[in-house]
Write a protein that binds this ligand. Structure first.
Ligand code: SAM
Length: 249
């Protein structure tokens, strides 16, 4: 078991069956699985989907996997963070019991890909940040990004006893469904995400303090200057972003 690769394998088949159930797989679906490990999810996915593309970084797991997975699984030995998803066969659903070390970068990477639905297992602490709302301690740039791009639903808490070796904390299953239309309009999405990052890097400072530090502009028209970002909704951050874009920072 490689700790640095987040190898906490799911050992409760009922949990694996439920994750596949939440995905609502049909026989024309192509599913991407990140980190198949010993294949507990992979085999169940392959029973229902047309095709499964499984990316595993650990070459020591690849041999066993190859001999135990059905023909409709394409096993790729690579790093899911580095591989360009556009070079893979087109997939529409994603399932993963994610290695916790890559939770953040892989989530932001997935949010940029055009998929239909994802069911992902995260450590509970990370899942709490994904679904957090303004005013809570877990509210973060991740919460804002996930809210803007998807409808995010907590499906269940999975006790740590369902994994081997047992991690220190419980996990959660999350379903992400990308929004067809953004929840509010933005003049410049990229600017909005940069602004959100800058504001949350100074979450305890007033908006005006952070803006003065980053943008050399007249803040007269900017709303919420005396608030802190941790208390602003994503839409309110969007309002600030749109005004800053108008001022052309
Ligand atoms: N899906 C299996 C399960 O549910 O038991 C394994 C899940 S385990 C939490 C995470 C898996 O992701 C491990 O097999 C690990 O080797 C693999 N992994 C870690 N980092 C990876 C990366 N960057 N790209 C692809 N696979 C990775």
């Amino acid at each position: 078991m490689k700790q640095k690769l987040g190898q906490n394998f799911l050992i409760d088949k009922r949990v694996a069956e439920r994750e596949v159930e939440y995905t609502g797989i049909e026989n024309n679906d192509v599913v991407l699985e990140i980190g198949p490990g010993q294949g507990i999810l992979t085999r169940l996915l392959a029973e229902k989907a047309k095709r499964v593309i499984a990316i595993e970084i650990d070459k020591n797991l690849i041999g066993n996997l190859r001999s135990s997975i059905p023909e409709n699984v394409e096993l790729i030995h690579d790093d899911a963070l580095k591989i360009d998803f556009e070079t893979l066969p087109k997939f529409n659903k994603i399932v993963s019991n994610l290695p916790f070390q890559i939770s953040s970068p892989i989530t932001f990477k997935l949010l940029d890909y055009n998929f239909e639905l994802a069911v992902l297992i995260y450590q509970k602490e990370f899942a709490d940040r994904m679904i957090a709302t303004p005013g809570s301690k877990d509210y973060s740039r991740l919460s804002v990004g996930v809210y803007y791009k998807t409808k995010c639903e907590l499906l269940e808490t999975i006790p740590k006893t369902c994994f081997k070796p047992q991690p220190k904390v419980d996990s959660c299953a999350i379903r992400l469904i990308p929004r067809k239309h953004p929840p509010f309009s933005l003049n410049n999405e990229q600017f909005f995400f940069e602004l959100t990052k800058n504001l949350f890097n100074h979450r305890r400072k007033k908006i005006k303090t952070t803006l003065k530090e980053f943008y050399n502009i007249n803040l007269e028209k900017v709303p919420y200057l005396d608030k802190r970002v941790e208390n602003l909704t994503p839409k309110q951050i969007g309002e600030i972003s749109n005004i800053l874009c108008d001022i052309d920072v």
